[in-house]
Design a protein around this ligand. Structure first.
Ligand SMILES: [Zn+2]
Length: 91
């Protein structure tokens, strides 16, 4: 492989490690957090119904998901059908 690619991939890996560390250290302040409830219901077998909550932190750019309907006090609850990602950040 060309050395240029090796060098660039090393840069990407290091940058990704920095992003991970930043997201790991981020307290995800409620005023920066958006969340949205999701559900998969009406299954023939109701044991297969599931509920979850998607989260997005606008400070560190992290996405994550939690099982069940959870919430963060002070965070913005995005209505079902709307984009979890704020419009100004989806570019
Ligand atoms: Zn965060």
């Amino acid at each position: 492989m060309d050395k240029t690619i090796v060098r660039l991939r090393t840069k990407i890996r290091k940058a990704q490690e920095e992003i991970n560390a930043f997201q790991e250290a981020c307290p995800h302040p409620p005023q920066n957090v958006r969340y949205q409830h999701g559900a998969n219901t009406g299954n023939w077998c109701s044991d297969e119904d599931s509920y979850w909550t998607d989260y997005y932190c606008g400070k560190c750019g992290k996405w994550w998901m939690e099982d069940g309907s959870t919430r963060v006090e002070g965070a913005f609850c995005v209505p079902y059908g709307d984009d979890l990602l704020p419009k100004e950040e989806s570019k």
